[in-house]
Design a protein around this ligand. Structure first.
Ligand SMILES: NC(=O)C1=CN([C@@H]2O[C@H](COP(=O)(O)OP(=O)(O)OC[C@H]3O[C@@H](n4cnc5c(N)ncnc54)[C@H](O)[C@@H]3O)[C@@H](O)[C@H]2O)C=CC1
Ligand SMILES: O=C(CO)COP(=O)(O)O
Length: 332
């Protein structure tokens, strides 16, 4: 039987542990809080993150990383991106030498501008063939309700991607494979920034034309960055690109979208942070995505606008006017 450890028992870590268990894996679900792990085992639920959802019997929760990691084929990492480096340095020596490390995270590291798979390879000192990424339109509550959805597993080693695809394939969760790790990770990280932008305009009372324009031009700037970094343009038309943008920018379940809506309605950054119980990766990653864009000489006007509103205190109305008054150009 395939053994998998999921590190991170928040909303996505728990929902994805359900997918793995439904696919027939033996799953250990690690969380830093021992009391929560006990509650999960005793009640077969995670009331803090997925209230009302019954967890399959194939999941065992633990706060002991060594216990979680013992003998696993795959170590799935699902904690806030900015905490990965520190956490993984404590886990790396516990993982079996032939295990594959899989990132479910959708962020870019502040300061280094590294993608999560790069942080994993660097910290765990593993070759990129042992690092995979899963991304796509996967709002955790809908996955936990077993509504049909698809995703992409990306790994430089296609055979490892196929093995993980089999490990998480269920009647309601359909994973595809690709070797375009860069494209899949950028799709996931940048869509959070675009969802903030959509949320902001939504909170300001703007409608669906604005949303569709931001999604489309957001995809254009994501693709520009991706091409500069060696990604495949097709990836951005796929599940990790357009697919995730549509889901996240349309759904009130999205934390990034909701965070933006709160800002657009007039909350300060501090008020919006206080109103957000879960991880909204775009709030920090908008700065690291902009950093990446500058390192690669790529223009990303929507990302720049989001940074100016979220971190530089620019009033949303002023920022939108500036974005719209940029010089006219051909569509590309
Ligand atoms: N929730 C969703 O629908 C989806 C989330 N993701 C991505 O998954 C990643 C995790 O997100 P969620 O599970 O939704 O977040 P969450 O906020 O629901 O849960 C985060 C988990 O990380 C833990 N955590 C927080 N700080 C920590 C630290 N310093 N050290 C160790 N653990 C810590 C929390 O206790 C919690 O268990 C993010 O990168 C997110 O973008 C990807 C797809 C879907
Ligand atoms: O990544 C997601 C859906 O694919 C979840 O989006 P949020 O992090 O904005 O909730």
């Amino acid at each position: 039987m395939t053994r998998v450890a999921v590190f991170g028992n928040g909303s996505w870590g728990t929902a994805f542990a359900m997918v793995l268990a439904d696919a027939g894996c033996e799953v250990s679900l690690w969380g830093r809080n021992a009391a929560r792990a006990e509650v999960v085992n005793a009640t077969r639920s995670n009331p803090d993150y997925l209230p009302g959802v019954r967890l399959p019997d194939g999941i065992t929760a633990t706060a002991d990383a060594a216990e979680a990691a013992a003998g696993v084929d795959f170590a799935v990492l699902c904690i806030p991106s900015q905490t990965l480096r520190e956490n993984l340095s404590g886990w790396k020596d516990l993982l079996p030498a032939d295990s594959v490390l899989v990132s479910l995270m959708k962020g870019v590291e502040l300061g280094t501008a590294k993608r999560m798979s790069e942080v994993i390879a660097e910290v765990a000192k593993v070759p990129e063939e042992r690092v995979a990424v899963l991304s796509g339109p996967n709002l955790s509550k809908e996955i936990a309700a077993r509504h049909p959805a698809a995703a992409v597993v990306a790994c430089r080693d296609e055979e490892a991607a196929v093995r993980f695809q089999a490990a998480c394939h269920t009647p309601y969760f359909r994973p595809y494979t690709t070797t375009d790790v860069v494209g899949v990770e950028l799709g996931g990280a940048v869509k959070n920034v675009i969802a903030l932008a959509v949320g902001i305009t939504n909170g300001m009372g703007m409608g669906d034309n604005t949303k569709a324009s931001l999604i489309t031009r957001g995809l254009a700037e994501t693709t520009r960055l991706g091409l500069a970094m060696g990604a495949d343009a097709h990836t951005f038309a796929g599940l990790a690109g357009m697919g995730d943008l549509v889901a996240t920018c349309s759904s009130p379940l999205s934390r990034n979208n909701t965070f933006g809506t709160n800002l657009g309605r007039g909350m300060t950054l501090q008020e919006a942070v206080a109103a957000t119980k879960q991880t909204a990766e775009g709030v920090k990653s908008c700065e690291s995505v902009l950093d990446l864009a500058r390192r690669h000489g790529v223009e990303m006007p929507i990302t720049e606008t989001v940074v100016s509103i979220v971190h530089e205190g620019k009033p949303p109305l002023v920022a939108v006017k500036e974005l719209m008054s940029r010089s006219a150009k051909p569509e590309r």
